[in-house]
Write a protein that binds this ligand. Structure first.
Ligand code: ZN
Length: 388
């Protein structure tokens, strides 16, 4: 009896506090997940400092702006090539995996002495903007922290206008990933408020304006920004259509409505096939990673899918959409789960596969092989049951 009781205690001590680690374990949505395992904004700053220092000049970290609450917005640049790739993370503050993946990637390419890395860094200029919405990040929520009363102080011309449709009065902040428009010189006007999801956004937030300024600077320096990748999280309970595997990572090209529509005829640089080639290159990077003998990774490969993209989905106010209308090939990553649903081990695996996708596109951009991929191969990836 005593022994049996002891065994029960031992079993309880050994039971994982976190959810099961297997990718096909039951999914769960946590109302109030812990974010303690992820980098804070302060830790981001100190980690970038260390990466810059130990890279001995290879990685250059700059403060490119400030969030509405005054937090530093960083850009970390590495490489000397003509093709430019920009990657942002956590534009939705509580979607944290991408920041970790970017830090790990910067650490790697900042210190690696391999011929592969040398070729990569001669082929591209890579600019990471981790934690682009740190005010939301520190509050562990999607929106930024910018009450409408402060918006009107910043833009007096908006006094009396209704708040933009992507402003949350409950949160007192914005879905920053609706605050973009392809018109890169746009300034907010009262008559454009509140707008709608199928219309462009307004560059109201300091976060979107900082990213716009970076984009314009790079365009001036290089003649164009080749690639833009935005790193997000999605719900944990989606299953691949037909086989029941849980989705682990999804990829997408910009949601800009039916491709035979003339809505975007005024934006002739839009190239949806290019974005699909880039997304497929990211998938190939993930596949390379999974093929490197780590059996733990193989369930992830079966879970890579196309993100929700019915033909009618039309969101020009997303950063990726606005940049795509200016000729950039853009890719969305969505990782399963809202941050700390999984525990450290699984988070590490998901971070690694996101990094592999970023690396997959970066390498294929650097060596030019992305240009000869067949963009239609992107449609070979499974979906998770949404209707075209
Ligand atoms: Zn998101």
């Amino acid at each position: 009896m005593f022994l049996m009781f002891g065994a029960l205690i031992a079993a309880a001590l050994l039971a994982p506090a976190a959810p099961a680690q297997d990718s096909n374990a039951e999914c769960q949505n946590l109302d109030d997940p812990s974010f303690s395992g992820w980098a804070s904004h302060a830790q981001l700053g100190s980690t970038l400092d260390r990466i810059e220092r130990t890279s001995k000049g290879r990685v250059d970290v700059e403060v490119i702006g400030r969030s509405n609450r005054g937090r530093k917005l960083y850009a970390a640049r590495v490489g000397t090539g003509d093709r430019v790739m920009v990657v942002t993370s956590a534009i939705h503050g509580n979607e944290k995996t991408g920041t970790e993946a970017l830090l790990h990637w910067l650490q790697h390419v900042g210190s690696s002495q391999t011929a592969e890395t040398r070729t990569l860094l001669e082929g591209i200029t890579f600019v990471a903007v981790p934690m682009i919405n740190p005010d939301g990040g520190e509050l562990n929520r999607r929106q930024s922290d910018f009450p409408w009363s402060e918006v009107v102080q910043t833009y007096p011309q908006l006094a009396g206008a209704p708040p933009a449709w992507y402003y949350s009065s409950g949160a007192g902040g914005f879905d920053v990933n609706r605050d973009f428009t392809p018109d890169l010189g746009y300034e907010p006007r009262a008559e454009d408020m509140p707008g709608a999801d199928e219309l462009p956004g307004f560059y109201l937030t300091p976060e979107s304006r900082t990213l716009r300024a970076l984009y314009l600077d790079l365009r001036e320096e290089f003649g164009g920004v080749d690639a833009y990748v935005d790193l997000h999280h999605m719900g944990p309970c989606e299953q691949i259509e037909g086989d029941g595997d849980y989705v682990t990572v999804t990829l997408d090209y910009p949601p800009l409505g039916p491709e035979d529509s003339d809505k975007y005829a005024g934006w002739p640089l839009l190239d949806q096939d290019k974005s699909r080639r880039f997304a497929y290159a990211a998938y190939l990077g993930m596949r390379d990673h999974a093929g490197h003998g780590n059996a733990d990774q193989s369930p992830f490969l079966g879970g890579i899918a196309r993100y929700l993209h019915p033909e009618s989905r039309d969101l020009p106010g997303q950063a990726r959409s606005s940049f795509a209308l200016n000729g950039t090939g853009t890719v969305l990553f969505e990782v399963r789960g809202q941050s700390d649903d999984w525990g450290q081990k699984k988070n590490g695996q998901l971070t690694a596969i996101v990094e592999a996708g970023v690396a997959g596109l970066a390498q294929r951009l650097a060596d030019g092989s992305v240009d000869v991929l067949d963009g239609d191969r992107f449609f070979d990836l499974p979906d998770y049951g949404w209707d075209d």
